[in-house]
Design a protein around this ligand. Sequence first.
Ligand SMILES: [Zn+2]
Ligand SMILES: [Zn+2]
Length: 392
Amino acid sequence: MKEKIKEFIFQKKERWEDVARFIWENPELGHQEYKAQKVLVELLEELGFRVEKGTAGLETAFWAEAGDKKNGPTIAFLAEYDALPGLGHACGHNLIGVMSVAAAAALREVLPLDSGRIVVIGTPAEETDGGKVTMVARGAFSEVDIALMAHPSSSYQKSGSSLALEAIQFDFYGRSSHASAAPEEGLNALDALVNMYNSISTLRQQVPDGARIHGIIARGGEAANMIPEHTRAQYYLRAPELDQLADLKEKVIKCAEGGALAAGCRVEISNYEMGYAPLRSNQELNEIFENNLTFLGVDREEIEISLTKGSVDIGDVSQVVPAIHPSIKIMDEPYPGHTREFAQATKSPRAMEGMLIGAVALAFTGFDYLTSPSIQKKVKEEFDREKEKTSG
Ligand SMILES: [Zn+2]
Ligand SMILES: [Zn+2]
Protein backbone atom coordinates (compact mmCIF):
# COMPACT_ATOMS: atom_id res chain seq x y z
CA MET A 1 0.00 0.00 0.00
CA LYS A 2 2.98 2.30 0.56
CA GLU A 3 3.70 2.13 -3.16
CA LYS A 4 0.18 3.46 -3.79
CA ILE A 5 0.73 6.34 -1.35
CA LYS A 6 3.88 7.35 -3.17
CA GLU A 7 2.22 7.02 -6.55
CA PHE A 8 -0.72 9.18 -5.47
CA ILE A 9 1.59 11.96 -4.25
CA PHE A 10 3.84 11.88 -7.31
CA GLN A 11 0.92 11.76 -9.75
CA LYS A 12 -0.46 15.00 -8.35
CA LYS A 13 2.96 16.62 -8.31
CA GLU A 14 1.95 19.60 -10.43
CA ARG A 15 -1.11 20.37 -8.35
CA TRP A 16 0.97 20.49 -5.12
CA GLU A 17 3.66 22.59 -6.77
CA ASP A 18 1.15 25.11 -8.12
CA VAL A 19 -0.23 25.71 -4.64
CA ALA A 20 3.23 25.97 -3.04
CA ARG A 21 4.28 28.50 -5.72
CA PHE A 22 1.05 30.46 -5.34
CA ILE A 23 1.63 30.81 -1.58
CA TRP A 24 5.26 31.79 -2.27
CA GLU A 25 4.15 34.49 -4.73
CA ASN A 26 1.56 35.83 -2.27
CA PRO A 27 3.42 36.04 1.04
CA GLU A 28 1.22 36.98 3.99
CA LEU A 29 2.18 37.76 7.59
CA GLY A 30 0.78 35.95 10.62
CA HIS A 31 -3.01 36.16 11.05
CA GLN A 32 -3.36 37.71 7.60
CA GLU A 33 -2.91 34.49 5.64
CA TYR A 34 -6.28 34.67 3.87
CA LYS A 35 -5.03 33.77 0.39
CA ALA A 36 -3.01 30.82 1.64
CA GLN A 37 -5.92 29.63 3.76
CA LYS A 38 -8.28 29.89 0.79
CA VAL A 39 -6.05 28.00 -1.62
CA LEU A 40 -5.30 25.20 0.89
CA VAL A 41 -8.95 24.88 1.92
CA GLU A 42 -10.05 24.67 -1.72
CA LEU A 43 -7.44 22.01 -2.35
CA LEU A 44 -8.60 19.99 0.67
CA GLU A 45 -12.24 20.22 -0.36
CA GLU A 46 -11.35 19.09 -3.85
CA LEU A 47 -9.59 16.10 -2.24
CA GLY A 48 -12.68 15.11 -0.27
CA PHE A 49 -12.05 16.67 3.14
CA ARG A 50 -14.70 18.37 5.28
CA VAL A 51 -13.30 21.77 6.22
CA GLU A 52 -14.08 24.40 8.84
CA LYS A 53 -12.29 27.72 9.01
CA GLY A 54 -11.57 29.90 12.03
CA THR A 55 -10.49 27.06 14.37
CA ALA A 56 -9.97 28.10 18.01
CA GLY A 57 -11.13 31.61 17.22
CA LEU A 58 -8.23 32.30 14.84
CA GLU A 59 -9.63 33.56 11.54
CA THR A 60 -6.91 32.18 9.31
CA ALA A 61 -6.76 28.77 10.99
CA PHE A 62 -8.64 25.73 9.68
CA TRP A 63 -9.54 22.14 10.50
CA ALA A 64 -10.00 19.64 7.65
CA GLU A 65 -10.95 16.03 8.27
CA ALA A 66 -11.72 12.72 6.59
CA GLY A 67 -12.79 9.47 8.21
CA ASP A 68 -14.39 9.07 11.60
CA LYS A 69 -12.91 9.36 15.08
CA LYS A 70 -15.16 6.50 16.23
CA ASN A 71 -13.20 4.10 14.05
CA GLY A 72 -9.73 4.70 15.39
CA PRO A 73 -7.11 7.27 16.31
CA THR A 74 -7.10 10.83 15.01
CA ILE A 75 -3.86 11.86 13.36
CA ALA A 76 -3.19 15.49 12.56
CA PHE A 77 -0.84 16.90 9.93
CA LEU A 78 0.00 20.50 10.75
CA ALA A 79 0.02 23.12 8.02
CA GLU A 80 1.91 26.41 8.39
CA TYR A 81 1.69 29.08 5.71
CA ASP A 82 2.78 32.44 7.11
CA ALA A 83 5.68 34.51 5.71
CA LEU A 84 8.25 36.95 7.11
CA PRO A 85 8.13 40.75 6.79
CA GLY A 86 10.27 41.95 3.89
CA LEU A 87 11.64 38.49 3.12
CA GLY A 88 8.56 36.53 2.02
CA HIS A 89 8.79 32.76 2.41
CA ALA A 90 12.25 32.73 3.95
CA CYS A 91 11.25 29.91 6.32
CA GLY A 92 9.63 27.76 3.63
CA HIS A 93 6.16 27.65 5.17
CA ASN A 94 4.76 27.71 1.61
CA LEU A 95 6.04 24.12 1.42
CA ILE A 96 4.87 23.02 4.89
CA GLY A 97 1.18 23.62 4.23
CA VAL A 98 1.22 21.70 0.96
CA MET A 99 3.37 18.86 2.34
CA SER A 100 0.87 18.21 5.11
CA VAL A 101 -2.14 18.41 2.77
CA ALA A 102 -0.55 15.99 0.29
CA ALA A 103 0.32 13.50 3.05
CA ALA A 104 -3.21 13.57 4.48
CA ALA A 105 -4.80 13.26 1.05
CA ALA A 106 -2.67 10.24 0.18
CA LEU A 107 -3.74 8.47 3.38
CA ARG A 108 -7.37 9.28 2.77
CA GLU A 109 -7.01 7.80 -0.69
CA VAL A 110 -5.43 4.46 0.22
CA LEU A 111 -6.59 3.63 3.74
CA PRO A 112 -9.91 1.91 4.41
CA LEU A 113 -12.43 4.33 5.89
CA ASP A 114 -12.49 2.56 9.23
CA SER A 115 -8.79 3.15 9.99
CA GLY A 116 -9.39 6.32 11.95
CA ARG A 117 -9.60 10.03 11.32
CA ILE A 118 -7.14 12.00 9.17
CA VAL A 119 -6.96 15.70 9.93
CA VAL A 120 -5.07 18.68 8.56
CA ILE A 121 -4.90 21.58 11.00
CA GLY A 122 -4.06 24.96 9.53
CA THR A 123 -1.97 26.74 12.18
CA PRO A 124 -1.39 30.43 11.42
CA ALA A 125 1.22 32.92 12.58
CA GLU A 126 4.10 30.58 13.46
CA GLU A 127 6.56 33.44 12.98
CA THR A 128 4.79 36.05 15.08
CA ASP A 129 2.75 35.02 18.07
CA GLY A 130 2.69 31.25 17.68
CA GLY A 131 -0.82 30.33 16.55
CA LYS A 132 -0.36 26.80 17.88
CA VAL A 133 0.13 28.13 21.42
CA THR A 134 -3.32 29.74 21.34
CA MET A 135 -4.83 26.72 19.61
CA VAL A 136 -3.47 24.34 22.26
CA ALA A 137 -4.68 26.60 25.06
CA ARG A 138 -8.14 26.70 23.51
CA GLY A 139 -8.37 22.92 23.23
CA ALA A 140 -7.95 22.52 19.46
CA PHE A 141 -5.82 19.40 20.02
CA SER A 142 -8.07 17.71 22.58
CA GLU A 143 -9.27 15.06 20.09
CA VAL A 144 -5.88 14.54 18.41
CA ASP A 145 -3.75 11.44 19.10
CA ILE A 146 -0.56 12.43 17.27
CA ALA A 147 0.62 15.54 15.40
CA LEU A 148 3.06 15.39 12.48
CA MET A 149 4.78 18.00 10.35
CA ALA A 150 8.12 18.54 8.64
CA HIS A 151 10.08 21.76 8.17
CA PRO A 152 12.16 22.70 5.10
CA SER A 153 15.87 23.07 5.71
CA SER A 154 19.29 22.79 4.11
CA SER A 155 19.70 19.31 5.63
CA TYR A 156 17.72 16.33 6.87
CA GLN A 157 17.34 16.44 10.64
CA LYS A 158 15.61 14.30 13.20
CA SER A 159 12.98 16.04 15.25
CA GLY A 160 14.92 17.46 18.19
CA SER A 161 14.22 19.79 21.05
CA SER A 162 13.63 23.51 21.29
CA LEU A 163 13.82 26.02 24.11
CA ALA A 164 10.90 27.15 26.25
CA LEU A 165 10.48 30.89 25.90
CA GLU A 166 8.93 33.72 27.85
CA ALA A 167 8.76 37.30 26.56
CA ILE A 168 8.91 39.70 29.49
CA GLN A 169 8.53 43.45 29.49
CA PHE A 170 9.75 45.69 32.31
CA ASP A 171 8.29 49.17 32.66
CA PHE A 172 10.12 51.36 35.16
CA TYR A 173 8.42 54.45 36.55
CA GLY A 174 10.23 57.25 38.36
CA ARG A 175 9.78 61.02 38.51
CA SER A 176 10.83 63.54 35.93
CA SER A 177 12.71 66.72 36.75
CA HIS A 178 15.25 69.06 35.18
CA ALA A 179 18.43 67.03 34.83
CA SER A 180 20.68 69.98 35.55
CA ALA A 181 18.65 72.50 37.54
CA ALA A 182 17.00 70.05 39.94
CA PRO A 183 18.35 66.50 39.51
CA GLU A 184 17.79 65.76 43.20
CA GLU A 185 14.04 66.10 42.64
CA GLY A 186 13.99 63.28 40.09
CA LEU A 187 13.74 59.50 40.34
CA ASN A 188 15.65 58.09 37.39
CA ALA A 189 13.81 55.29 35.61
CA LEU A 190 16.74 54.77 33.24
CA ASP A 191 19.03 54.11 36.21
CA ALA A 192 16.54 51.54 37.44
CA LEU A 193 16.59 49.85 34.04
CA VAL A 194 20.39 49.92 33.75
CA ASN A 195 20.69 48.47 37.27
CA MET A 196 18.49 45.61 36.13
CA TYR A 197 20.45 45.21 32.87
CA ASN A 198 23.72 44.90 34.77
CA SER A 199 22.29 42.54 37.36
CA ILE A 200 20.99 40.28 34.61
CA SER A 201 24.40 40.33 32.94
CA THR A 202 26.02 39.02 36.13
CA LEU A 203 23.21 36.50 36.60
CA ARG A 204 24.16 34.87 33.26
CA GLN A 205 27.07 33.12 34.96
CA GLN A 206 24.63 31.21 37.17
CA VAL A 207 22.10 29.98 34.63
CA PRO A 208 21.69 26.33 33.56
CA ASP A 209 23.24 24.99 30.36
CA GLY A 210 21.30 26.03 27.30
CA ALA A 211 19.47 28.91 28.99
CA ARG A 212 19.41 32.27 27.20
CA ILE A 213 18.57 35.78 28.39
CA HIS A 214 18.59 38.52 25.81
CA GLY A 215 16.90 41.88 25.66
CA ILE A 216 16.73 45.46 24.46
CA ILE A 217 16.02 48.88 25.89
CA ALA A 218 12.79 49.68 24.07
CA ARG A 219 12.40 53.05 25.73
CA GLY A 220 15.25 54.94 27.36
CA GLY A 221 13.86 58.39 28.12
CA GLU A 222 12.72 61.47 26.20
CA ALA A 223 15.52 64.02 26.30
CA ALA A 224 18.94 64.34 27.91
CA ASN A 225 17.89 67.35 30.00
CA MET A 226 15.03 65.48 31.64
CA ILE A 227 15.37 62.75 34.26
CA PRO A 228 13.62 59.83 32.50
CA GLU A 229 10.35 59.05 34.25
CA HIS A 230 9.38 56.01 32.19
CA THR A 231 11.65 53.42 30.60
CA ARG A 232 10.99 50.02 29.11
CA ALA A 233 13.04 46.89 28.51
CA GLN A 234 11.93 43.81 26.58
CA TYR A 235 13.57 40.46 27.16
CA TYR A 236 13.34 36.90 25.96
CA LEU A 237 14.10 34.26 28.55
CA ARG A 238 14.74 30.75 27.24
CA ALA A 239 15.55 27.42 28.85
CA PRO A 240 15.44 23.74 27.88
CA GLU A 241 12.72 22.92 30.45
CA LEU A 242 9.68 24.75 31.78
CA ASP A 243 10.75 24.46 35.43
CA GLN A 244 14.16 25.93 34.57
CA LEU A 245 12.40 28.77 32.81
CA ALA A 246 10.23 29.46 35.87
CA ASP A 247 13.34 29.54 38.05
CA LEU A 248 15.13 31.86 35.63
CA LYS A 249 12.13 34.17 35.53
CA GLU A 250 12.08 34.44 39.31
CA LYS A 251 15.74 35.47 39.35
CA VAL A 252 15.34 37.98 36.54
CA ILE A 253 12.38 39.54 38.33
CA LYS A 254 14.56 39.96 41.43
CA CYS A 255 17.10 41.83 39.24
CA ALA A 256 14.30 44.13 38.09
CA GLU A 257 12.96 44.73 41.57
CA GLY A 258 16.45 45.32 42.91
CA GLY A 259 17.19 47.76 40.11
CA ALA A 260 13.99 49.66 40.78
CA LEU A 261 14.57 49.73 44.54
CA ALA A 262 18.07 51.15 44.18
CA ALA A 263 16.80 54.01 42.02
CA GLY A 264 13.69 54.68 44.10
CA CYS A 265 11.46 53.63 41.19
CA ARG A 266 8.61 51.24 40.61
CA VAL A 267 8.60 48.38 38.12
CA GLU A 268 5.68 46.80 36.28
CA ILE A 269 6.21 43.38 34.73
CA SER A 270 4.13 41.95 31.88
CA ASN A 271 4.30 39.57 28.91
CA TYR A 272 4.55 41.35 25.58
CA GLU A 273 4.32 38.24 23.36
CA MET A 274 3.15 34.65 23.69
CA GLY A 275 5.45 32.24 25.54
CA TYR A 276 6.44 28.87 24.05
CA ALA A 277 6.81 25.49 25.70
CA PRO A 278 9.83 23.35 24.73
CA LEU A 279 9.52 20.77 21.95
CA ARG A 280 9.45 17.23 23.28
CA SER A 281 9.85 15.00 20.22
CA ASN A 282 8.32 11.54 20.36
CA GLN A 283 11.27 9.21 19.71
CA GLU A 284 9.09 6.33 18.53
CA LEU A 285 7.56 8.54 15.82
CA ASN A 286 11.00 10.03 15.12
CA GLU A 287 12.39 6.59 14.40
CA ILE A 288 9.48 5.62 12.15
CA PHE A 289 9.86 8.84 10.18
CA GLU A 290 13.59 8.28 9.83
CA ASN A 291 13.07 4.71 8.62
CA ASN A 292 10.59 5.98 6.05
CA LEU A 293 13.07 8.59 4.83
CA THR A 294 15.73 5.94 4.36
CA PHE A 295 13.19 3.70 2.63
CA LEU A 296 12.75 6.60 0.18
CA GLY A 297 16.46 6.58 -0.55
CA VAL A 298 17.82 9.12 1.94
CA ASP A 299 21.15 7.97 3.36
CA ARG A 300 20.81 7.40 7.13
CA GLU A 301 24.21 9.05 7.63
CA GLU A 302 22.78 12.19 6.10
CA ILE A 303 20.09 12.60 8.77
CA GLU A 304 21.50 14.93 11.40
CA ILE A 305 20.65 15.45 15.04
CA SER A 306 18.73 18.70 15.35
CA LEU A 307 20.58 21.42 17.27
CA THR A 308 17.85 24.05 17.43
CA LYS A 309 18.66 26.87 19.82
CA GLY A 310 15.44 28.65 19.03
CA SER A 311 11.83 28.21 20.08
CA VAL A 312 8.98 26.90 17.94
CA ASP A 313 5.25 26.89 18.55
CA ILE A 314 4.92 23.14 17.99
CA GLY A 315 6.55 22.95 21.42
CA ASP A 316 3.17 23.56 23.02
CA VAL A 317 1.55 20.92 20.81
CA SER A 318 4.20 18.38 21.83
CA GLN A 319 3.32 18.95 25.50
CA VAL A 320 -0.26 17.74 24.94
CA VAL A 321 0.07 15.09 22.19
CA PRO A 322 2.97 13.00 20.82
CA ALA A 323 4.49 15.07 18.01
CA ILE A 324 7.46 15.37 15.66
CA HIS A 325 8.96 18.30 13.73
CA PRO A 326 11.81 16.85 11.62
CA SER A 327 13.60 18.81 8.87
CA ILE A 328 13.54 17.98 5.18
CA LYS A 329 16.36 18.92 2.86
CA ILE A 330 15.07 21.21 0.12
CA MET A 331 18.34 22.72 -1.14
CA ASP A 332 21.92 21.72 -1.75
CA GLU A 333 23.48 24.94 -0.42
CA PRO A 334 23.83 25.52 3.35
CA TYR A 335 21.60 28.63 3.55
CA PRO A 336 20.17 29.36 6.99
CA GLY A 337 16.45 30.11 7.41
CA HIS A 338 15.16 33.71 7.48
CA THR A 339 17.57 34.89 4.76
CA ARG A 340 16.97 36.12 1.21
CA GLU A 341 18.84 33.10 -0.14
CA PHE A 342 16.59 30.72 1.73
CA ALA A 343 13.52 32.57 0.40
CA GLN A 344 14.77 32.15 -3.17
CA ALA A 345 15.41 28.47 -2.58
CA THR A 346 11.90 27.71 -1.34
CA LYS A 347 10.34 28.13 -4.77
CA SER A 348 13.00 26.24 -6.74
CA PRO A 349 12.43 22.89 -8.50
CA ARG A 350 14.82 21.37 -5.92
CA ALA A 351 12.52 22.58 -3.11
CA MET A 352 9.49 21.08 -4.84
CA GLU A 353 11.32 17.75 -5.00
CA GLY A 354 12.09 17.98 -1.29
CA MET A 355 8.47 18.82 -0.56
CA LEU A 356 7.34 15.61 -2.28
CA ILE A 357 9.80 13.48 -0.31
CA GLY A 358 8.62 15.14 2.90
CA ALA A 359 4.97 14.52 2.00
CA VAL A 360 5.57 10.84 1.24
CA ALA A 361 7.60 10.31 4.44
CA LEU A 362 4.88 12.00 6.51
CA ALA A 363 2.17 9.93 4.84
CA PHE A 364 4.15 6.70 5.41
CA THR A 365 4.57 7.61 9.07
CA GLY A 366 0.84 8.24 9.42
CA PHE A 367 0.19 4.95 7.63
CA ASP A 368 2.49 2.99 9.95
CA TYR A 369 0.78 4.52 12.97
CA LEU A 370 -2.80 4.01 11.83
CA THR A 371 -2.28 0.41 10.77
CA SER A 372 -0.35 -0.78 13.83
CA PRO A 373 -1.96 -0.94 17.28
CA SER A 374 1.43 -1.87 18.74
CA ILE A 375 3.00 1.34 17.40
CA GLN A 376 0.04 3.32 18.75
CA LYS A 377 0.62 1.77 22.15
CA LYS A 378 4.39 2.45 22.15
CA VAL A 379 3.92 6.08 21.10
CA LYS A 380 1.41 6.68 23.86
CA GLU A 381 3.48 4.89 26.51
CA GLU A 382 6.53 6.98 25.67
CA PHE A 383 4.48 10.17 25.79
CA ASP A 384 3.01 9.31 29.20
CA ARG A 385 6.40 8.32 30.57
CA GLU A 386 8.06 11.58 29.44
CA LYS A 387 5.18 13.64 30.74
CA GLU A 388 5.42 11.94 34.11
CA LYS A 389 9.18 12.74 34.20
CA THR A 390 8.81 16.47 33.62
CA SER A 391 5.75 16.98 35.78
CA GLY A 392 7.12 14.83 38.61
ZN1 LIG B 1 10.89 30.76 10.78
ZN1 LIG C 1 9.54 27.96 10.13
